[in-house]
Design a protein around this ligand. Structure first.
Ligand code: HSE
Length: 431
């Protein structure tokens, strides 16, 4: 595609305005915005009224528009826009992670059916170019895992709470004021937003289309002052980690808060920065760090997709075509530390393996191994704060993959720099 692309943009919020600015300030991207569809007729806008339309059809039916850039909030409306745009022969760039996560397999098929491209680098970890790297750079490496900090708002909140002693509410307001948080911030703080991103990453890491409701997500909303104290006294911080790990042919994926030792490479990732750690059998650990939220960082990822369309780029979903048949599974166990105030809220025998506990003034801790199914259940309980133990990784709960497990676990353990010495000694130190 050699000509200058004409863009029809849906939405002119934080990311839409970011795209407008980065496009204006970048030389060399052969693209211009022809029309922007918005909802609110009363809002004051920085561009002339003639650029805006309130009628979707004005963009979708315009034969001059080559690319629809979808940047609205509503996932269902966004999916309709994407489908219609493809049916009308337009390429699509979108940053709508919920819409993508919920419909990725269909979007994959629609691209084949209409021979058009849907690009979405801005949907996963803002400015970090992870999708294209998974598609192109990691084409030939046998990937073992992808994990990291996939949500800017929660990392911002945790940083402010840990380092500046801000209250959770105050920190959340800060994330909202800076345009990092979702319109419904519970999507951030309850771990849905990083789960959507992980769902998308699964397709490009392991060739798996998984529905987001199959993936367990815990958030940071139940982390208590007691957890913060425990973390501080043991040299940890707490990060909300999205993780997908391959064990043999099984892939486990979930989002949960985790105690992270101060010396771990994820510990210094602060504020709205995200980090993605890709582990390949040959390349081993590689870490991508960058701003995961915000107008310009996300706008720059969207612009990069627009630019890629000028040379006819499309995702090939190469991991689906490589013949490695992976199976998504929640049949694994994981080490957790659970805190709670009510004396009998939890009993040691409710753990698969109980590793100890501590009772303080008005709170208790218990540490042990539980199934991922129990992680999901306990994560729903208002009276429990469940945080993964430092170094905790899913351990496959299937007998017939024992050999696979041995090999992969050995690979992972020598690559893993989480300390696993937290344990009861650490817990007993609180008092
Ligand atoms: N709410 C998201 C975040 C925005 O905080 O990471 C970027 O996807």
């Amino acid at each position: 595609m050699k000509k200058k692309l004409k863009l029809g943009v849906f939405g002119f919020g934080c990311v839409g305005q970011g795209l407008y600015h980065v496009l204006n300030e970048t030389h060399g991207v052969k693209a211009e915005i022809k029309k922007i569809a918005v909802k609110n007729r009363d809002k004051q806008r920085m561009l002339p009224a003639a650029v805006f339309t309130y009628d979707h059809a004005e963009i979708l039916n315009d034969p001059e528009i080559d690319v629809v850039v979808e940047l609205i909030d509503d996932a269902d409306a966004a999916f309709n826009i994407v489908k219609t745009a493809l049916q009308h022969g337009k390429h699509v760039v979108t940053a709508n992670k919920k819409m993508l996560a919920e419909n990725l397999e269909e979007i994959y098929q629609l691209q084949q059916q209409y021979d058009r491209s849907v690009l979405y680098e801005g949907s996963v970890c803002g400015s970090i170019p992870i999708i294209r790297n998974l598609e192109e750079y990691y084409d030939n490496d046998l990937l073992n895992s992808i994990e990291g900090i996939f949500n800017g708002s929660t990392n911002f909140i945790l940083t402010k709470v840990f380092e500046e002693n801000k209250s959770y509410e105050e920190a959340l307001k800060g994330a909202q004021a800076l345009g990092f948080a979702e319109t419904d911030p519970s999507l951030d703080v309850k771990g849905f937003d990083p789960k959507y991103k992980l769902t998308i990453a699964l397709a490009h890491t392991f060739g798996l289309f998984v529905k987001p409701d199959q993936i367990i997500n815990l958030g940071i909303d139940k982390i208590s002052g007691v957890d913060l104290k425990y973390a501080r006294e043991n040299g940890y911080t707490i990060k909300l980690i999205a993780r997908a790990v391959r064990e043999g042919s099984h892939v486990f994926a979930f989002v949960a808060p985790q105690f992270v030792p101060a010396q771990h490479f994820l510990a210094p990732i602060r504020n709205e920065f995200n980090a993605v750690v890709v582990n390949g059998a040959f390349a081993e650990n590689q870490i991508f760090v960058g701003k995961g939220a915000g107008s310009y960082p996300t706008g720059s990822a969207v612009l990069s997709d627009v630019s890629a369309l000028t040379f006819d780029y499309r995702y090939e979903y190469k991991k689906r075509l490589q013949g490695d048949r992976h199976v998504f599974s929640n049949e694994a166990t994981i080490d957790v530390i659970v805190s709670f105030a009510e004396k009998d809220a939890l009993m040691p025998q409710q753990f698969d393996v109980f590793k100890g506990g501590y009772q303080g003034h008005g709170f208790q801790y218990m540490q042990g191994t539980i199934s991922l199914a129990k992680l999901a259940q306990w994560g729903q309980r208002a009276d429990l704060s469940v945080i993964l133990a430092p170094g905790a990784k899913p351990v496959v709960a299937l007998r017939d993959t024992a050999l696979d497990r041995k090999v992969t676990t050995e690979q992972l353990s020598h690559l893993d720099s989480f300390s696993s010495s937290a344990s009861i000694a650490g817990i007993a130190a609180i008092g």
